[in-house]
Write a protein that binds this ligand. Sequence first.
Ligand code: 0O2
Length: 239
Amino acid sequence: MGIENYIGQARDQFIRKSLMSDEFLDFMKENMLPIDTLMANYHCAIMEIETKFNVLNKQFSLQYDRNPIESIKVRVKSMESILKKVRRKNIPLTLESIEQNIRDIAGVRVVCSFQDDIYLLADCLLNQDDITLIEIKDYIKNPKPGGYRSLHLIVEVPIFLQSEKKQMKVEVQLRTIAMDFWASLEHKLRYKKNIPPEEASLLAKELIECAEISSSLDMRMEKIRNRITKAALTTAKQQ
Ligand code: 0O2
């Protein structure tokens, strides 16, 4: 069977089994407006967080002549992924339960050049008085067994609507360019279902090794950056 056919059949099967199930169709029919409203609220929360990071980047660029942030990527989780997570976590298919239990519907990914900027930006965000930290997962100090590294923060941020203030959960992932490069390649491997098991296991080992190499590269680059800064300061003092 060709790969396109295989993917097409798998997609149809998924849609029939989950997206087209009576349970899901009823849920969508009853909740269309509230779902759209909730998703719009997540979009607003993302804008709030993205602005906070842009402000910090601007300030660093003016004050210290450097940008700690290379890029910011944002996304609201698709309905398909939300539904998969509802099933995986075995939680009730209601909006309240989704809002309560799925904490990464709004996602902001901040990519930095250097590892120490990750912690600096995380501290700056968490010190803001409208941000509430719900959970922190440090996959840099404690990488996942497969080699994944990033700092994850689940935070609550208020959004101000016409006549109310709503606290929204956002997952912030902070990582270096090298960690981001690694994660996107590993993500591709994870979703390719047609790789023979022996090849998949060899690739997984290769990826663990690459994660270690890229982590030591991150540390060496950070040391070089620090030496450049120190050397420039010393020269400036002597002049
Ligand atoms: P997507 O498409 O990126 O959204 P929890 O949410 O706490 O109940 P979860 O989802 O296991 O449990 O949380 P975790 O481990 O903090 O991971 C959340 C997200 O981190 C994932 O979202 C990925 O974006 C990323 N991530 C975590 N582990 C890995 C990994 O090993 N490799 C890669 N490439 N990314 C990872 P989603 O929902 O899986 O996907």
